[in-house]
Design a protein around this ligand. Structure first.
Ligand code: BTN
Length: 307
């Protein structure tokens, strides 16, 4: 997969000859030829010209299609259908992988927060990014916020009026219907994260009728999108945010629907009701209640109508 990613990178910047590719990738010319054949088999149209290999067209949605022209350091493991991209990403993370993203167009046993099932019909974008960040487990929720911001930006670029409900649901701003869910899982010790899997499920090119009540899809709002380009934009935005962790909270505030709203947050210690005032690192919501400010780390958040 590593050579394939490097080959996609090289081909994306124009025609390039077999010998030049072999030198650039540090492999034999035969290995280059084999990889090019594999790309052709996966649906790439690649011409052999005097100037070298030239990509004429890219398949709609698969691992190499997303890697082609991707300005982010991830190899993509693609499955047309899989039980859960998070389950697969966890396996890879436990085996030592990093900088890989598992991508699927359908999940048969998608997992949601709080042990719930996540409905993931064919046509969606189900993405689990494996990360090995240098941070403490306490700081890891920042990565989920970054995932939410990156996905919201990609949705807005696609013309969908999306915003974030604390902590990391992405909703259609006008109706509050859910477009995206995020499930982050991790392993580590008290002072050091070993790996994080950030799992993002986008209701993309699916009929709303195939989704649970209260959910909508990109298809329903603006029509079908190019899932390849959307996934690339998401991964690129995510990479930009990771490079500037101090900016994540500000970007989250800019894309949030929750701030300023009356909310009820169900926490393990009971419900907190009040006005959502702010977010604090690494993801605590500050709620102004009749008894003063309360800070919540996690929980189910409901936007209430103003009284
Ligand atoms: C939620 O809102 O409850 C979170 C849903 C997270 C769903 C995504 S889809 C990709 C990844 N794989 C899974 O099994 N779950 C996450």
């Amino acid at each position: 997969m590593e050579t394939r990613k490097a080959l996609c990178d090289a081909l994306a910047s124009g025609p390039v000859s077999g010998p030049d590719l072999a030198e650039e990738l540090g492999v034999s010319r035969n290995a280059v030829w084999k990889q090019v054949e594999e790309l052709r088999e996966s649906g790439f149209e690649i011409e052999s010209t005097d100037a070298g290999y030239r990509v004429v067209s890219v398949p709609e949605f698969c691992g190499s299609a997303v890697e082609y022209g991707l300005d982010a350091p991830y190899e993509i493991e693609y499955h047309e259908a899989i039980d859960s991209t998070n389950a697969r990403a966890r396996e890879l993370a436990k085996a030592g992988a990093g900088r890989v993203a598992v991508l699927a167009g359908e999940q048969t046993a998608g997992r949601g927060r709080l042990e719930r099932a996540w409905s993931a019909p064919s046509g969606g974008i189900y993405l689990s990014i494996v990360l090995r960040p240098t941070m403490t487990p306490m700081q890891a929720p920042l990565l989920t916020l970054a995932g939410a911001v990156a996905t919201t930006r990609a949705l807005r670029e696609a013309g969908v009026d999306a915003g974030i409900k604390w902590p990391n649901d992405i909703l259609l701003a006008s109706s509050g219907e859910k477009l995206v869910g995020i499930l982050t899982e991790m392993e580590g010790e008290a002072d050091r994260v070993s790996w994080v899997v950030c799992g993002i499920g986008v209701n993309a090119n699916v009929d709303a009728a195939a989704l649970p009540e209260g959910a909508t899809s990109v298809r329903e709002q603006v029509g079908d999108i190019d899932r390849r380009v959307f996934t690339q934009r998401l991964l690129e935005e995510f990479t930009t945010l990771r490079a500037d962790p101090d900016a994540i909270l500000d970007r989250w505030r800019e894309h949030a629907l929750t701030l300023g709203q009356r909310v009820r947050v169900e926490t393990g210690a009971g419900d907190v009701v009040g006005r959502a005032l702010d977010i604090e690192s690494p993801g605590r919501l500050v709620i102004g209640t009749d008894e003063g400010e309360v800070r919540v780390h996690a929980g189910d958040c409901e936007h209430l109508r103003p009284v």
